[in-house]
Design a protein around this ligand. Structure first.
Ligand code: HEM
Ligand code: NAG
Ligand code: NAG
Length: 330
């Protein structure tokens, strides 16, 4: 009898252990209603300023969406990307993925200053990035989702993290997947989130190698449609034109839709990191096909994966701070 009791107690401890653990997971503290009482107009203010900025320049939607990604992959979603260099802080804005590329910082500044007027030192810069990413997606025709909130802002930045943890366009499929896995994201998240490249631009320098000397043998990438490659070479010569801009999705460059996946299936993915999703891995290729065939499925998974990405190691409780100016620590 005593043995049975011990067995039952041991069994119930084992059975309920995962529940307790889940309740304390690192993402458990964010929730959409976080500012409902402390700053009820917060979401409206963010949306309004993002809408104004996107109306002025459509590409801004893409740039703001990307900022959240580049924030979350470096020490978590803590607005580290927004810090300028000063004192011991070396700005992530100087990193390889961000230099001459990341943009939208002025729009975040404008949102922050409006929020500081409405409710001083209440809404974090990290949450502004998460909300602006969602609003940018919706404004360009993509899915909507409730954004879990309550992130706080870092007191530091990581230039090396920005260089090492954000995937590069010439990384192999395996390297890219590994970088996602290090963030707790899987292959489904990788393919769905890459669908962000349905909007926005890339510079010639981000894909030139594919056009001229893909594997060091003086030949273009043979997984790239040759007539598409010929068009790209016009604006992206062997040397020079590094900053020339190209649509990531040439079919509907400013509309958030699944044409990115259709392009990949037609060997017209712009970046090497786009094309490898259909050429280097069976599971990934199946996902590309699924999203190319079914826009709703892409939208549903995109929303889910964005929430998951937004949950990467947030600072909560009394960790970090609420910056008054997103560019510097208080
Ligand atoms: C899977 C690995 C990824 C790689 C290797 C990658 C790489 C790149 C590169 C090289 C560019 C062009 C930058 C330039 O030339 O200035 C770019 C643009 C962009 N990326 Fe990604 N990216 C990846 C995933 C993501 C994810 C997960 C998101 C968002 C959730 C995202 C959102 C964007 C957007 C919206 C743009 C256009 C930005 C603009 O027009 O300002 N990317 N990406
Ligand atoms: C990728 O591109 C960067 C920048 O052009 C270069 O320094 C690096 O060697 C390339 N890496 C690979 C694996 O080709
Ligand atoms: C291609 O790249 C390889 C290795 O980086 C280099 O040795 C070779 O000279 C390049 N070929 C051309 C035609 O640019």
């Amino acid at each position: 009898m005593a043995q049975l009791m011990i067995f039952l107690i041991a069994f119930s401890l084992l059975a309920f252990a995962p529940l307790c653990f889940c309740g304390k997971s690192s993402s458990g503290y964010l929730y959409p209603q976080f500012y409902d009482h402390s700053c009820p107009k917060a979401q409206e203010i963010v949306k309004c300023i993002v809408a104004k900025a996107v109306a002025k320049e459509t590409r801004m939607a893409a740039s703001l969406l990307r900022l959240h990604f580049h924030d979350c992959f470096v020490k978590g979603c803590d607005a580290s990307i927004l810090l300028d260099s000063s004192g011991s802080i070396i700005s992530e804005k100087r990193s390889n993925p961000n230099r001459n590329s990341a943009r939208g910082f002025e729009v975040i500044d404008e949102i922050k200053s409006a929020l500081e007027k409405e409710c001083p030192q209440t809404v974090s810069c990290a949450d502004i990035l998460a909300l602006a990413a969602r609003d940018s997606t919706v404004l360009t025709g993509g899915p909507s989702w409730e954004v879990p909130l309550g992130r706080r802002d870092s007191k530091g930045a990581s230039l090396s993290g920005s260089n090492n943890d954000i995937p590069a366009p010439n990384n192999t499929f395996q390297t890219i997947l590994t970088k996602f896995k290090l963030q707790g994201l899987d292959i489904v998240d990788l393919v769905a989130l890459s669908g962000s490249h349905t909007i926005g631009n890339a510079r010639c320098t981000s894909f030139r190698q594919r056009l001229y000397n893909q594997s060091g043998n003086g030949q273009p990438d043979n997984t790239l449609d040759q007539s598409y490659a010929a068009q790209l070479r016009i604006g992206c010569p062997r040397s020079g034109g590094d900053q020339n801009l190209f649509f990531l999705d040439f079919v509907s460059p400013t509309k958030f839709d699944n044409s990115y996946f259709k392009n990949i299936l037609a060997s017209k993915g712009l970046l090497n990191s786009d094309q490898v999703l259909s050429t280097k891995n069976e599971a990934s290729m199946e996902l590309v096909k699924k999203y190319a065939e079914n826009n709703d499925l892409f939208f549903q998974q995109f929303a889910k994966s964005m929430v998951k990405m937004g949950n990467i190691s947030p600072l909560t409780g009394n960790r970090g701070e609420i910056r008054r100016n997103c560019r510097r620590i208080n």
